[in-house]
Structures are given as C-alpha cells and as structure tokens.
Design a protein around this ligand. Structure first.
Ligand code: NDP
Length: 505
C-alpha cells in the first residue's frame, strides 16, 4: 500500500476491504475552505428548510439500511443486529427527534430581568460556522454522524475525520447526506491518522471529539490555544452495583449485554461488576451460562453469531495484557480468558472473579469482552469503589428498591446512572450524554447540545422607548452615588425585607 493511503482490513478475516487517501494539511485546509463557502448559503436557509433536508437524509438512511449494516459489520466487525439497533436506528431516531424539536430548542428565549424592569433581554442562536467532528472506531456511523446532523440543523458545515480503522462507512455517510439533499461541499470527510485530526482543529470553529482520554487532552489543549469550544466524549469504566435485593435474572441479562455488546467496545460498557456477597452465587449461576453461550465469530459469515471480533490488533493486545495482569495477581477466569488464534482479532468472552483493586483490569479502560467481578459486604463499600475511578461516564445500579437505588445513583460520580438497565441512554437523544472527571467535558445529545453548536447571543432593549437616559449614565455626582447606595441597601440588602417584616407585625 502506498504511503499516502490507508488500507482497511476485515477485523474478522484480515481480507482487504478497500483503501482511502490520507489527507495532507493542505487537503484539510482546502476541505474546510469548501465547507465554509457552502455553509454561508446553508446558514441563510430557514430552520424549516434545513429540517426538511435532514428528514430526507433520514429517509435515505432508512432506505439504505441493509447496505449500511453490511458495511458496518464488515469494517467494524459487529453483528448486523447491532449495526441496525445501535447505529442505524439510533441515528434515525436522533434525526427524528432533533428535526421535530429544533424549532422549540432554537426559539429565542426571553430572560426575565429581576431588577431593571424597564429593560428586557432575550437569547438567540447563530451557527458557529464549521464544526470539526473527530470520531472513534467503535460506533463509527452513529458517533460521527449524530454530531454532523446536529451541526447542520444549527446552520453549520462540518469536517469529519473518522478513525483510521473505519473510514469506509464515513464515505458512505457522506454519499447519503448528498443524496438526501445536503449541499455537496457542506460535509467534508478527510482521512488519516492523528496529524490529520490535528489539522482539522486548525480550520474549524468548534470541535466535537469522541475518543480516548489521552487524545482528548491533546484535542482540548489545541482548542484552548485557538480559543474555540470543544466537546470531549472520552473513556469510561462503568461500574454495575448489584445490591442484595437485585432481581438476579434481569441483572444477569443486563450484565451480559452491557459487558459484551459490540464485543465490549462501548465507552459505557459494564467494566466493573461490584456485587453484594449474599447474591454472588445466584448471580454467577445465571450469568456464567449466558456468557459461555456467546461464541465469537465472523458476523458476515453467520447471521446467528452474537459477538464479533475486536476491531483491531492494538485493541486485542490491550485486552490480553489486562487479563494477563489480573490473572498474574490472582484473578480466575470462570469463562474465557484468552485471545483466539487466527487472522481475526478475536478474544474469548471472559468473566473474571477474585478480582482485587490493585489489578489493571479495574483501573484502566478495557474496551473489550471482559467482566471483572468484585465482592462487597455493604452498599457503602460499593459506592466507594465505584467512585475510586478517574473516569465517570456511565454507572449502573441493580436493585428492586427504587428509593434505595436512586439514593445510591445520586451519589455515584458519573454523567449518567441507569437503574436496572445498561448502555441504552445513548439511544435517547433527548437525554444528555457526557462524562464527569476524565470522561470528558460537555455533552452530546440533549437539547443543549443543539444550542451548543451555536453562538449564544444576547440582545438587551428598553421597554420604555421614550425614556431619555438611564440613572447610571453621566453626569456622576453625589446624587447618583447616594441614590445607588440607598438602592442597594433597600432593594438588594436586608433593609426592605426588614421593613416588610416590621409592617407585617
Ligand atoms: P483515539 O483517541 O485513539 O482516536 C479518536 C480519534 O482521534 C481518531 O479519529 C484518531 O485518529 C484521532 N486522533 C488521534 N490523535 C489525534 C490528535 N492529536 N488530534 C486530533 N485527532 C486525533 O480513540 P479510539 O479511536 O481508540 O476510540 C476508543 C476510545 O473512544 C475509548 O477510550 C472509548 O471509551 C472512547 N469513546 C468514548 C465515547 C463517549 O461517548 N464518551 C464513545 C465511544 C468511544 P486515528 O484513528 O487515525 O488515530
């Protein structure tokens, strides 16, 4: 393969799927310039027109679902069902929600002034310009294109830098945007490695980044240099707290799906199971057979395969090293525990017990098919262990007592806590998605994510047009000083309140 192209290989078989050109810094500058020209016309269209175009895009996605799922399954490795549910259905619903609600979300918003009642204020929203979207390889269709849709609705253009491991699906996404009626130059796609991503940041007005903590720090620093906003959606180490009153059948099903969907390559995957000692035997009895039944394989060759390979060799090596570290420190694999030989990047779905806090498997992001289980004697110890991580994206609580579960959920340091369910809030576009601690800054999804794609602008005006001046204008003098002194005491201090209390007797 020439140096100026990236070759994409199937994660299941190693076969070559295609290649893409690597964009140089000049290519990125040119792409951003084209998007900028197209954005001027796009931003002048009404919001209703933009919603109509994005609705057409949604319909093209629906029409081309099979093609999208096939390519996702080939390039990323996931089962077609997951491509359908987690990527296509998720994105279609996001477009449906935001095209239906954009009018309300972006409506000018009055701010009631508490003091200067003769004036009024409102907020309105203007596009930022060009949004840089830099994405990962685990949900390449949904995670890159959700932000593109929201950016376009707000009147922006976009430059997308997909992961080097999954560029082909973004080529298809660009084709779909154009087929739906998005102006040809408005959404640009540039391929490459980290340098291409860094070049994108130099030419855009805001960055929406999803990826690792290490890269997120670099992206945020570069955005800081340029004083442009960035949203960083980074790693997770989601704990699942299984309380002593949990419904174990539901918990086992939730943990199996939450730990192994997308072969564990989900930022919200269950990466730590914290279970009350009294329910451990019952839980394992139900969980072990479920996980043992997950036989990894080529999702293209057999539609009944429930779990695919890891997407790339680098990720498989990370998972293997974490499991080896845990086993060397005393963990035992009840199921799995090994990489599978072959051209594909397969790893056996794994349950580890006898896990202790010194093991890398509970301290570093795994991003693979491993459920490490730790045992506790009370809720307090579980909460402390949950909050020990430097990451705080998602967390889960399993309990049949809603009040108790919510009390615990509110004490867990995570952007979202789900009770008796896992992963699913990414499919609820009205809810904010974002982490605390090193899991990132800002949110995708939720109404504010659309507003955040805009400059928030404020207009303040007088409600009494005949008023000739304001009390705080020139000339200054003792009268103005004394007037304001009386006002702060009377209205903003306790004076008036005391007087009112005195009147009330
Ligand atoms: P990386 O951080 O390795 O890469 C993310 C993207 O950034 C890729 O397109 C990458 O290009 C690009 N990139 C690399 N270096 C730079 C740079 N200096 N400047 C700009 N862009 C750069 O993450 P992964 O692709 O490995 O994704 C996995 C990570 O993503 C996990 O940590 C996971 O938790 C996180 N994630 C977070 C989500 C969330 O919502 N919080 C959702 C999904 C994943 P290239 O691929 O060519 O190196």
């Amino acid at each position: 393969m020439p140096d100026d192209r990236i070759e994409i290989c199937s994660p299941a078989t190693g076969e070559t799927l295609g290649s893409v050109p690597i964009a140089t810094r000049e290519d990125v500058a040119e792409a951003a310039a084209k998007a900028r020209v197209a954005q001027v016309e796009w931003s002048q269209r009404s919001l209703a027109e933009r919603c109509t175009v994005l609705t057409q895009v949604k319909n093209v996605i629906i029409d081309r679902t099979d093609e999208i799922c096939d390519l996702l399954s080939k390039e990323q490795g996931k089962p077609r069902v997951e491509a359908m549910v987690h990527e296509v259905a998720n994105l279609v619903d996001l477009i449906h929600y935001f095209t239906g609600e954009a009018d309300r979300i972006l409506a000018p918003e009055p701010i009631p002034l508490h003091l200067l009642k003769h004036r009024a204020s409102y907020l309105h929203w203007k596009p930022r310009g060009i949004i840089g979207v830099i994405g990962p390889w685990n949900f390449p269709f949904n995670i890159c294109n959700g932000p593109v849709v929201v950016a376009l609705l707000a009147g922006n253009g976009a430059v997308v830098k997909p992961s080097e491991f999954t560029p082909l699906i973004q080529e298809l996404a660009r084709e779909i945007f154009i087929q739906g009626g998005v102006p040809e130059d408005l959404v640009q796609v540039v391929h490459g490695y980290g340098e291409t991503g860094a070049a994108v940041i130099d030419h855009v007005d805001m960055v929406e980044f999803t990826g690792s903590v290490a890269t997120g720090r670099k992206v945020a620093a570069q955005c800081g240099e340029r004083l442009i906003p960035c949203v960083t959606e980074l790693g997770g180490k989601a704990p699942a707290l299984v309380l002593d009153d949990a419904n174990l059948a539901r918990t086992a099903g939730g943990l199996a799906w939450g730990g192994f969907a997308n072969c564990g390559q989900v930022c919200a995957s269950v990466e730590r199971v914290l279970v009350h000692r009294s329910v451990l035997p019952g839980l394992l009895e139900l969980l072990v057979p479920k996980v043992a039944a997950l036989k990894p394989g080529d999702t293209q060759a057999d539609a009944s395969i429930q779990i695919g390979p890891l997407n790339n060799r680098r990720q498989r090596d990370i998972v293997q090293a974490l499991v080896e570290d845990a086993v060397s420190k005393g963990a035992n694999a009840l199921v799995g525990g090994n990489a599978i030989d072959g051209p594909g990047h397969f790893f056996e779905p794994t349950i580890l017990v006898d896990v202790t806090p010194d093991m890398d498997i509970v301290n570093k992001e795994t991003f693979g098919p491993v459920l490490p289980i730790m045992v506790f004697d009370d809720d307090e110890a579980m909460i402390q262990e949950a909050n020990r991580s430097h990451l705080g994206l998602l967390a889960y609580v399993f309990s049949t007592n809603a009040t108790r579960a919510q009390g615990i959920a509110e004490r867990i340091e995570a952007g979202t806590v789900m009770i008796n369910d896992v992963l699913a809030t990414h499919g609820m576009p009205e809810t904010p998605w974002g982490g605390v601690k090193a899991s990132g800054v800002g949110h995708t999804h939720g109404d504010d994510s659309l507003r955040h794609m805009c400059q928030q602008r404020h207009v303040n005006y007088g409600r009494l047009p005949s008023l000739r001046s304001e009390p705080y204008w020139y000339p200054y003098g003792p009268k103005l000083y004394g007037g304001f002194k009386r006002m702060i005491g009377l209205i903003l201090g306790t004076g008036l309140r005391n007087r009112l209390r005195w009147f009330r007797g």
